[in-house]
Write a new protein. Sequence first.
Lengths: 185, 90
Amino acid sequence: MRADLDEEKDERLAVLAAGGDRSAFDALVTRHRQAVYRLCWSATGSAADADDAAQETFVRVYRSLPSYDPARPFGPWLRKIAWNCGLSVRRDGNAGVPRIAAGEAPEAVDPSPGPEEAAAGNEERRRVADAMVGLPAELRMVMMLRAVEGLSYAEIALAAGIPAGTVMSRLSRARTRLLAVLGGT
Amino acid sequence: MDCRETQALLTAFHDGELPAVDRARVEEHLRVCSGCAALLAGLARVDLVAGVPDPGPAYWDRFNARVMDRIAREADDPGVTVPRPRRRWS
């Protein structure tokens, strides 16, 4: 990635990319690919489908850049495309795409203080990851946007196209189900 | 404020999304109710472990190139849908 693009805002990168600057598009992909992947995972509940949807998201973004209005924030626009791609991949029935269960997917490195605590933490993560897959997509989405991406209720409402009150009720339902898996209720 | 009312607001409290007045009332209840305080701790625990398994650095190393390859293939033949991979990525 070109160093001079590091400090540019998303909206400026999008304008550059729409003008044919491949480095600017590459910078946008690098900056947002992990968040897009996580959102696609929350829409599909599977690693293979998340991969397909994340790739398709950036293809659609690339194609849509000429009509993107830089006066609108880039993040919500991107998240809406990613969520729609995730739902679309799920509706397509995953033809030709082998499913990978959450338990089989590679785990992130967890710098815990000791091996026993690390094992216990990883076990909790596995159980919650499996439970996340079992959540309805609309609950998984708000959970991901809040707990992982740290978005506010207003930002989640914008991304999901639902009222802020619904964000709260869905979060409450999602956490209650996940907490039950951890033995907290 | 009782437990039922507190628990209805606990998610928004945990997320820092409650108005100051409601926040103060929830805090007051939490000081005297160990059950609701434990529930609040549980919400934090769920968030802590609710991440998505990361596919790993090898996946991210190839990600951008795969996007660009997909775009190039669709540009070459926009009428053709790019087939999905048949092998599991690693």
